[in-house]
Design a protein around this ligand. Sequence first.
Ligand code: 6PG
Length: 246
Amino acid sequence: MTENIVNYEIQIFDSIAEIAVYFSDFLKSNVELAKNNFSLVLSGGSTPKPVYKYLAEQNKNKLDWNKINFFWGDERCVPPDDVESNYKMAFDSLLNKINITKENIFRIQGENDPYTEAKRYGDVVSKNVISLNGLPRFDFMMLGLGEDGHVASIFPDRLNLFSEDEICKVSIHPTTKQKRITLTGKVINNAENIIFIVTGENKSKVLNDILISHEDSIKYPASYVKPTNGRLIWLLDKAAAKKLNL
Ligand code: 6PG
């Protein structure tokens, strides 16, 4: 069986603060080079919060923010002012601090009926993101990594979301049973730059399983993140990279 070798880059930093500096420079240089609007998919959870804060503080007036269209990789099915909302986290840490028009913000409406919203958001993405090979092609796809190896809201019991043709689907958190809206695997893999930001020793085992030992890696959704024609970049802090023996 031919091993599907995935080319990826790993950068290891002392801290999330250093990751934020690197990511900010990387984003800024790519946005400046972009001929048209730049499509950025924000990840949720807690890891990216310091990165978003740094982006706002460091580039407040240094980046043409209205060149960026903001999207989300997934959203919890809660209202936008709910503490669980990925939109709220991004709004409070970044969007509320920069000069951006609401036309550039493509929020997943977590307050809507999940199935209706999955369809609506898929249509919004189709209309507002260039496509390649019949799928939306985002310029930057930010991802976090769950301890169970999930990405966006593609959990280990929903690996079928990597073979889905729909852009966006409803998912359910395996323990909390919270409904989520998530981009599907083919859309994630169609991005030009897929950028994982992973920190903390609690992620070191799953990272080693996925990147090095491949032990049980077939059960982790992150193992299926393989850019079809783009770059896969892992930005890690030392704690998360602890078991990588690089
Ligand atoms: C979410 C995220 C999810 C997250 C990982 C890591 O909605 O929770 O999209 O995929 O990135 O669970 O979360 P932490 O950054 O909080 O560890």
